[in-house]
Ligand binder design. Structure first.
Ligand code: C5P
Length: 237
């Protein structure tokens, strides 16, 4: 039985304000997607990778991965879809019946520690069908009625029960396939699509469990995040 990791890298990353897709932006001289691919491979618990590429860049991404001797598992590259959910569904289509566990990881989280990858896979293999890494929330979170002006607060969830979730998220393959099949209609547009795969499992009414996340697995969205990642990378060296 094997674990397949889907590495989502098809986004444009427009908030980073670069000309190229976020997954190809360099951190310490290496594209974000290669950092993530290396770490998934180095975890020792991932048997193969599927990378979802930005539109028109399949050959570029394939070339990058093929030229990297540190990605020591078989890698297939497919063009992603219009939303993250659609990209994951395309990647999942390449899973084989032998892949009993599927991880989904964002290239936008390049510095994911191998220990976190192992923790997620271990929890799935221990019998939890859907596992997400999560961190306690330090800010108080307000629920609002979204709007252009000052927004009306409609609630303050109890902070101690909130978790900010990360990737990789890990799943029993058949459960993730059922979740994507059932939620497929949402994948067509950003405002409908699930922002994480666990959300699709929750929509089925199936349990999702949280394991301890890791601050190093933070997501790169802005230029400031990228600068922070440079510092974290230096610290890890
Ligand atoms: O845009 P955001 O950072 O939330 O995207 C999360 C991850 O999903 C990124 O790694 C991005 O490349 C990926 N993605 C994708 N296909 C899309 C949109 C985003 O694979 N259509």
């Amino acid at each position: 039985m094997t674990t397949l990791a889907i590495l989502t890298a098809a986004g444009s990353g427009s908030r980073l304000g670069r000309d190229l897709p976020k997954a190809l932006v360099e951190l310490g001289g290496l594209p974000l997607l290669l950092h993530a691919a290396r770490r998934l491979a180095a975890s020792g618990v991932v048997d193969a990778l599927v990378v979802t590429s930005p539109p028109g860049l399949v050959d570029v991404v394939r070339g990058l991965v093929a030229a990297d001797p540190h990605v020591e598992v078989p890698v297939r590259v497919v063009e992603g879809g219009a939303t993250r959910q659609a990209s994951v569904a395309i990647g999942l289509g390449l899973a084989s019946p032998a892949d009993d566990v599927v991880l989904v990881h964002d290239a936008a989280r390049p510095l994911v520690p191998v220990t976190l990858v192992r923790r997620v896979v271990d929890a799935v293999r221990a019998g939890h069908g859907a596992v997400v890494p999560g961190l306690a929330v330090t800010d108080t979170v307000k629920q609002v009625e979204p709007g252009p002006g000052p927004e009306l607060v409609v609630g303050t969830p109890e902070r101690s029960v909130l978790r900010a979730v990360q990737t990789p998220q890990g799943f029993d393959r058949t459960l993730l396939e059922r979740a994507h099949t059932t939620g497929a209609a949402r994948a067509v547009a950003e405002h409908l699509a699930a922002t994480d795969d666990a959300g699709l499992v929750e929509a089925l009414g199936e349990p999702v469990h949280v394991v301890r996340g890791d601050e190093a697995a933070f997501k790169i969205t802005t230029e400031r995040d990228l600068r922070l990642a440079e510092l974290v990378l230096q610290d890890q060296a």
